[in-house]
Write a protein that binds this ligand. Structure first.
Ligand code: GLN
Length: 485
């Protein structure tokens, strides 16, 4: 049996039946990392010893019969999510020598479930970007075509899943950073509703938008990881007490489900093959008994502007903590005074995109411009939320492409930030609205995967997972694998 071909669901069955141990499973993934990561560069840190220790503990749990669905399952964790005692750079040089001193809530939850952590995955610096090219450490290659980006900012997580270097991964999504790399790498990615998953121990990008979520090979695998990390947490007051999802609902058929298709998402300039794939998906959904309905979301055209005003403003506030005093890189030995410690540490420690956003956000929050930019953006944000509320009274979920293009080449958009920002055009609205979204594979063009997005009402992950599951069961896109494996 090739352990690197499994899904979480199949691996769990194998572990239960004692066809292999968690140690064997974990060794197989560590071996895949050794073999493939020198060319993919999905990991910043590999936690070999710790992973094997966790695997042995998981095997002991299996022996005593109290295993969960994630016991002994090897996962990759985006580097901005803290694991006690493990380096957490967030893709930034400023945190090069930072070692986490506590577990993020999602990590303590996964530890309780018995999951195994293989390592920390590469990302754009502080999760700013759509290609992982903003990492201070390495460029992650797309397993489908190593001359192309894996998407971002959770590019390491998506590439690790696609290349078979882990069974699942955690990413974070502020404006698409789970769904967009999932689409580019041909895997499943879920952005949970704002407030379902605790952000405690996630290094903040934009606190009003950030959510941690799963990437995996199948919808059910992603659902299982999501279930394990979800729940109210006293350490993140924005989490809500909504209870567990009922995963048995995910496998129900979708007859009578109303799927809205917003015409604003089919913009000029989008890849025609993506449009074709979505059209075919609509037909498939109709065959499965769902009803397709065209809906209108006219404020979509403001989403990107609202998003980038909000993100840059929150970035300028959140990243003020990297001042060379409390965390990481410090220029104190060469600086002449305190102001120089701040400015030199930030000058040396932060990358170009991060600096760009701090400068823009400082501007949008400054006296005189605050009302004009930040406050205005928040007003439009409210209107976009109301627009989603309205449309979700007509339909159960929304179907759109995840991205306007498939994975692009290294350097193609790197020197043009606006072009890069445009790759998020279909994913940022869900973050602005605080609603949930999933990206699943729905076709290929020129050998590269295409992703489709299903968005749902706040805390109605069950519906988007169910619709995605029904589609996945009737297609075989998710079974295709890149040659690199
Ligand atoms: N690409 C978007 C950005 O650069 C989204 C980032 C994210 O979701 N973390 O902000």
């Amino acid at each position: 049996m090739d352990l690197n071909q499994l899904t979480i669901t199949l691996a769990h069955d194998g572990l239960l039946k004692k066809e292999f141990s968690s140690r064997e499973l974990t060794q197989a993934y560590l071996a895949a990392i050794k073999r493939l990561d020198p060319s993919i560069h999905a990991f910043i840190t590999v936690m070999e010893e710790g992973a094997l220790r966790q695997a042995d503990a998981a095997d002991a749990v299996f022996a005593s019969g109290e295993a969960t669905e994630l016991t002994g399952i090897p996962l990759a964790i985006k580097d901005n999510i803290l694991i006690d005692g493990i380096a957490a750079t967030s893709g930034s040089k400023v945190l090069e020598n930072y070692v986490a001193t506590y577990d993020a809530t999602v990590i303590s939850r996964l530890k309780k479930s018995g999951a195994v952590f293989l390592g920390k995955a590469n990302q754009d610096e502080f999760a700013m970007g759509s290609s992982t090219e903003n990492s201070a450490y390495e460029k992650t290659a797309n397993p489908w075509d190593p001359s192309r980006v894996p998407g971002g900012s959770s590019g390491g997580s998506a590439a690790a899943v696609a290349a078979g270097m882990c069974l699942g991964a955690l990413g974070s999504d502020t404006g698409g950073s789970i769904r967009q790399p999932a689409a580019f790498c041909g895997v499943v990615g879920v952005k949970p509703t704002y407030g379902r998953v605790s952000r405690y121990g996630l290094s903040a990008l934009a606190s009003s938008l950030d959510q941690i979520g799963p990437l995996a090979k199948t919808v059910m695998d992603a659902a299982r990881v999501l279930q394990a990390i979800s729940g109210q947490d006293g350490r993140d007051p924005t989490t809500q007490a909504v209870g567990d999802m009922n995963l048995s609902k995910v496998t129900q058929d979708i007859r009578g489900i109303k799927i809205g298709v917003p015409k604003e998402y089919f913009i000029e300039g989008m890849d025609p093959d993506i449009k074709k794939a979505i059209d075919q998906a609509m037909e498939k959904f109709q065959e499965l008994g769902a009803e397709i309905q065209e809906v209108q979301l006219p404020l979509t055209k403001y989403a990107l502007a609202v998003y980038y005003l909000t993100v840059t403003s929150e970035v300028s506030a959140n990243l003020a903590r990297y001042d060379g005093i409390r965390y990481g890189l410090s220029a104190h030995d060469t600086a002449k005074n305190l102001a120089e410690v701040y400015s030199r540490s930030r000058e040396q420690g932060l990358g170009a995109e991060t600096k760009r956003r701090i400068i823009l956000g400082t501007y949008t929050l400054s006296a005189g411009y605050y009302d004009q930019y930040y406050v205005k953006a928040q007003k439009v944000r409210q209107m976009i939320m109301q627009e989603f509320d309205r449309v979700f009274r007509q339909v159960d979920c929304l179907l759109t492409p995840t991205t306007p293009s498939v994975a692009f080449s290294f350097g193609e958009k790197f020197s043009d930030p606006l072009m890069m920002y445009l790759s998020d055009i279909y994913t940022v609205p869900a973050n602005i609205g605080g609603i949930c979204g999933i990206s699943i594979p729905c076709g290929f063009t020129r050998g590269l995967p295409i992703g489709m997005q299903i968005m749902g009402k706040s805390f109605d992950e069950e519906t988007i997972l169910r619709v995605a599951y029904a589609y996945e069961q009737s297609t075989d896109w998710h079974t295709r694998q890149p040659k690199v494996r």
